[in-house]
Design a protein around this ligand. Structure first.
Ligand SMILES: [Zn+2]
Length: 158
């Protein structure tokens, strides 16, 4: 089998950031997959599972309800390596096209109070595994990195 595109990126040189992971064409539509990399691979500790789970629930809810982006939202979900998330949106997009959306998303999670959407036994396969405080901490940290606006955090290493 061929190596898939995301395994061809040198994870030893990959920094945390917001990257275009791949683009796929389906008929006339282009889908852009973003790599929302919260952690430097194989270097810093990964996110804990409850925080990832809470970010997944909150981000999916936010994106599916967003006034401008809901119709273009295809998928949001965690990477199995626990260093980040994948976001798939309709359109031929660059990281800076969605940076305002991502900042809005991270701000929303950082300020979230109340019940985590979908965290009930009828709606989720492991509903009690949540950590809102750590989810907020991870999102604030990632947002601070993105706000530095360094090219190296938006373009894969050559
Ligand atoms: Zn869940």
């Amino acid at each position: 089998m061929e190596k898939i595109a995301s395994f061809q990126i040198d994870h030893l040189r990959l920094l945390p950031g917001l990257y275009v992971s791949r683009k796929d064409k389906f008929g006339g539509a282009v889908l852009t997959t973003f790599d929302m990399r919260f952690k430097q691979p194989n270097t810093e500790p990964v996110m804990d599972m409850p925080a990832i789970h809470t970010i997944e629930h909150l981000a999916a809810t936010f994106l599916r309800s967003h006034k401008d982006w809901a119709a273009r939202d295809v998928y949001f979900g965690p990477m199995g390596c626990r260093t980040g998330f994948y976001l798939i949106l309709e359109g031929d997009l660059k990281p800076h096209d969605i940076l305002p959306l991502i900042i809005e998303l991270l701000d929303w999670i950082a300020a979230f109070t109340g019940d985590i959407p979908g965290a009930s036994p009828a709606e989720c396969g492991n509903y009690s595994e949540q950590n809102l405080n750590m989810a907020k901490w991870e999102c604030k940290r990632y947002e601070a990195l993105l706000k530095q606006n360094n090219d190296k955090n938006f373009t894969y290493p050559e």
